[in-house]
Write a protein that binds this ligand. Structure first.
Ligand code: ADP
Ligand code: MG
Length: 323
């Protein structure tokens, strides 16, 4: 696009200190990185499209945060340390105020996690952001979806449900009369905190892990399928915020939000009984909650402390009887 080079230089190139393992960042035909001996590289790509993943007039700083946080979250779910990111961006026009806010927020989060933007591509077109993130892992230490076993305990980090409530606000479904509550939930929708340190700490403790991008039931369902196990979850144990309860008005609805809310970017992970004791120390700076246990079945069974629960959650097919 016209003015492409000055645009890249001004907003995307050389805005960060070089990591020691970056030999060459933007400016040549390729970036060059030098991973240390004994590391594997985890790589993941995600695309955000205006009108599909965010509204075109959404706050550019929040779009940048969401784009990078959702990509980092995939690295976290494998136990990788974020290292490098490339950005493909299509812009309908050169809007300098938009670019300034977008790139400042992008680099703020990238710097926080020590991840360097090493290259990309900039084109004219409908607003779309594709990021490829790469992270390093000691050989053989990846957290995968297939290692879980019956009897392992199921955990989640943080609180669940706020991202779905924030989406309700964005789409103007059931919004609350309390404007500051709406704004806070909308902010939480965009500004997830990828659990980088937790992912790294869980490498030697968890038997499987996944990040919650499609909703707890759907994402835990991937672990269950790949590991050929089932789960019994206590809905009363699901961690939910007081803001969510205020927004939806009942505990049962807050719990249903927690089960189905996507784009949370929290971690769901499983831990064998023998490793449970190590968790408190390993995750000392991350909130986490045990929400149930894996079973030998291949479905999810819900209970509310001792009472059975038979909620129908639209679009989720991992429940008993829905096989
Ligand atoms: P090429 O013609 O080799 O594809 P480009 O003109 O597309 O090169 O890009 C010039 C340099 O700027 C490259 O090093 C590329 O990696 C970098 N770059 C382009 N767009 C971005 C972006 N959005 N973010 C980061 N780096 C970018
Ligand atoms: Mg190019």
């Amino acid at each position: 696009m016209s003015g492409e080079f000055s645009l890249i230089d001004k907003y995307f190139a050389h805005k960060q200190q070089n990591r020691k393992d970056v030999i060459l960042a933007q400016g040549d035909d390729c970036a060059i990185v030098a991973p240390t001996a004994g590391s594997h590289i985890a790589i993941s790509t995600d695309t955000l499209v205006a009108g599909t993943h965010f509204l075109a007039d959404a706050n550019p700083a929040q779009i940048a945060h969401k784009a990078l946080a959702s990509n980092i979250s995939d690295l976290v779910a494998m136990g990788a340390s974020p290292a490098w990111v490339s950005m493909g961006i299509s812009l309908p026009e050169i809007n300098t105020a938009w670019l300034e806010r977008f790139s400042n927020a992008f680099f703020k989060l990238a710097d926080y996690y020590g991840i360097q933007l090493i290259g990309g591509d900039t084109t004219k077109g409908p607003l779309t952001i594709t990021l490829t993130v790469q992270g390093t892992l000691p050989e053989g230490k990846a957290l995968t979806r297939h290692g879980a076993q019956s009897g392992d305990w199921v955990y989640v980090t943080g609180q669940l449900g706020d991202a779905k409530a924030g989406l309700d606000v964005i789409l103007e479904n059931n919004i609350s009369a309390d404007t500051s509550l709406n704004q806070e939930l909308q902010r939480r929708h965009f500004e997830a905190t990828p659990r980088v340190l937790a992912g790294i700490a869980l490498r030697d403790i968890a038997s499987a892990a996944i990040d919650i991008s499609d909703g707890l039931v759907a994402d835990l369902g991937h672990i269950l399928k790949r590991s050929k196990v089932g789960a019994r979850l206590n809905v009363a144990a699901l961690p939910t915020s007081k803001e969510l309860l205020q927004f939806v008005g009942s505990r049962a609805l807050a719990q249903q939000y927690a089960l189905t809310s996507g784009e949370e970017y929290e971690l769901c992970f499983t831990v064998p009984e023998a490793n449970r004791g190590q968790l408190e120390v390993a995750l000392s700076n991350t909130p986490f909650t045990c929400i149930g246990q894996l079973t030998g079945t291949e479905y999810i069974e819900l209970h509310n402390d001792d009472a059975p629960v038979d909620w129908q959650l639209d679009g989720f097919d991992h429940f008993k009887g829905n096989q």
